[in-house]
Structure formats: structure tokens, C-alpha cells
Design a protein around this ligand. Structure first.
Ligand code: PMP
Length: 293
């Protein structure tokens, strides 16, 4: 079944509409000029993990693109929770998007409506669960994360994903699960939809997010690691250094915590530190389950 033909509902500009009818015009500014920002969230046991943080990032991403969302964080959160209820899923992926509409055509979009939609569907595991504990294989991407003077790199904006899809397709064509992207300076940045961590001598190392998304999962992992007494170093990581790391994992809302076994010619063995953080993250997103055990 094509994705736009599923059953259920989508929240679209304040209304619950049938999934199949949540349509836009082909002359939508967001489509032509990438004036769109979005979020990726996950619900576990009927609760969206860190919903308010995601909603606030959505609003901030819009602000970085020069527009204000016509709904408050409270209204967006309420719509999300009601839609989750109506869709009837306990565990699900949540995709809000805000974009400029089709009232004017051209780079300037002063009169275009800001549309907001939220869709919720079941998306079990981003990476093949079979491969997951063994670690996934990544290629090195050809494209680099842009200089913050070149693009609003802090926004979760659709335009920034153009290079992600190109890079992911190139990696998939070579049999890899994903691609690791460097930044404009040649420093290790992030995967096409997740942040990256490395482990050396029990210490976590992760790039400083100064030109790519500071993931909510990334911040959660840093917090969980510190609570376990694991030291975390946010710093510049050059690709040449990858040879010295023992473990590597990706993290993101969709990817959760996913061990990595290869990045191009570098090799990693998912180990104790990664395993602990997979467990801690699973417990953190399932507070009800943790409390019941
Ligand atoms: N980087 C990119 C490019 C992403 O798309 C995502 C997923 N939103 C992340 C990092 C991780 O962010 P988060 O943990 O907030 O989902």
C-alpha cells in the first residue's frame, strides 16, 4: 500500500482529516523552495518521549526560517496526544511538519500561509533489527554538512536533508545501511538521520554540534552516560582518529541507540559501553515498563 493511501487520520491545520485526503497543491512554497521544518518523535507505551522538547525545536526551526507557527506549543502537544489516541497506537513514530503554502509563487513568500500537519504511524526499527546488535555498516558520505554561514544548520529544515537522501542512496547502492557525514571543515559530524558517539577506554567521545542537529536523543544519551559515571567528551573528531576508537553507535529518535561495526575502512566492535547505553535508553523511553519491573 503506498504511504499516502493508509487508513487513519492526519491532523492538518487544526482538523483531523482522513489520511488519504491530507493533500497540498503542487505549487506549495515548501515544496519548491524548501520552506519547511519538521520533527521526528517516538511514542512508547502511549507517551511521546520528550514531546515538549521536540515541539519547541519545531517552533525554533520555523523561527530560524523566518516564520512563526500559528499554533502554540500547548496546542501542538494537545493535537499530537489526541492524534496518538485516535490512531490507537501505543508505540509509534510522530511526524509534525510546518511549511509555507501556495498563496504566492516566487522566492518571496510574504503572504503564504504557514501550514502545520502531524502524522503518526508505526515504524518499529529504523535499522534492520537482525543487523542491529551486530552493528550496522556505514560508508563515508561525499557531501559535507554546511558551514552555518551557508545554511541555517541548527534548524531541522527539509532543505538540509537533500544531501542526506543523496548520501544515503549512494551508501545503500554500495550495500551500506547509512553514511557518515563530515562537516565543511572535514570533521566528523553525524549520519544522515542520527548523531554519532565513539568509545575509547570507557570514555564517550562525540562531535560538538556546532553545524548539525543537536539531537534530543544525543542529549539524553549524554545525560544517561553521566548518570552511570561514564565520562563524555564533546570535541572535534577528525576522521583519522576513527582508528583509535573501540566502539561506535548512532543515536536518534528513529534510530534509537544503534551500534555501528564499520565506517568505510574503520572497524568497531559493539561492546559493554554501547550495550549499557542501549539498555539505559530503552529504560528511559519506557518509564512505565521500568517502574513495573
Ligand atoms: N541528525 C539528523 C540529521 C537527524 O535527522 C536526526 C533525527 N531527527 C538526528 C540527528 C537526531 O536527532 P533527535 O535525537 O532529536 O531525533
Amino acid at each position: 500500500v503506498p504511504f499516502d493511501q493508509l487508513d487513519g487520520e492526519i491532523w492538518f491545520n487544526g482538523q483531523f482529516v482522513p489520511w488519504k485526503d491530507a493533500k497540498i497543491h503542487v505549487l506549495t512554497h515548501g515544496l519548491h523552495y524548501a520552506s519547511a521544518v519538521f520533527e521526528g518523535e517516538r511514542a512508547y507505551g502511549g507517551t511521546v518521549f520528550k514531546l515538549r522538547e521536540h515541539t519547541e525545536r519545531l517552533i525554533e526551526s520555523g523561527r530560524l526560517l523566518g516564520f512563526a507557527l500559528p499554533y502554540s506549543a500547548d496546542e501542538i502537544d494537545a493535537a499530537t496526544n489526541e492524534l496518538l489516541d485516535r490512531q490507537g497506537f501505543a508505540d509509534a513514530y510522530v511526524r509534525p511538519i510546518a511549511f509555507r503554502g501556495s498563496e504566492m509563487m516566487g522566492v518571496s513568500a510574504q503572504k503564504n500561509r504557514i501550514n502545520v500537519a502531524i502524522a503518526i504511524w508505526q515504524w518499529p526499527s529504523y535499522f534492520d533489527p537482525e543487523q542491529r546488535m551486530k552493528g550496522i555498516r556505514l560508508d563515508l558520505a561525499e557531501y559535507r554538512r554546511p558551514d552555518p554561514r551557508t545554511a541555517p544548520s541548527k534548524a531541522k529544515a527539509t532543505g538540509l536533508y537533500m544531501i542526506c537522501t543523496i548520501s544515503k542512496h549512494a551508501a545503500e547502492a554500495k550495500g551500506y545501511a547509512d553514511a557518515m557525514m563530515l562537516d565543511w571543515r572535514g570533521q566528523v559530524a553525524e549520519a544522515t538521520g542520527a548523531n554519532v558517539f565513539f568509545v575509547k577506554d570507557g570514555v564517550l567521545h562525540t562531535p560538538t554540534p556546532d553545524c548539525f542537529l543537536d539531537g534530543i536523543t544525543r542529549r539524553t544519551v549524554i545525560d544517561l552516560a553521566r548518570r552511570r559515571g561514564i565520562e563524555v567528551k564533546e570535541r572535534v573528531i577528525m576522521p583519522e582518529e576513527l582508528a583509535s576508537f573501540e566502539e561506535c553507535f548512532l543515536c536518534g529518535t528513529a534510530a534509537e541507540v544503534t551500534p555501528v561495526s564499520e565506517i568505510a575502512d574503520w572497524r568497531f566492535t559493539p561492546g559493554e559501553t554501547t550495550r549499557r547505553l542501549v539498555e539505559d535508553y530503552t529504560a528511559a523511553v519506557h518509564p512505565q515498563r521500568a517502574a513495573a519491573e
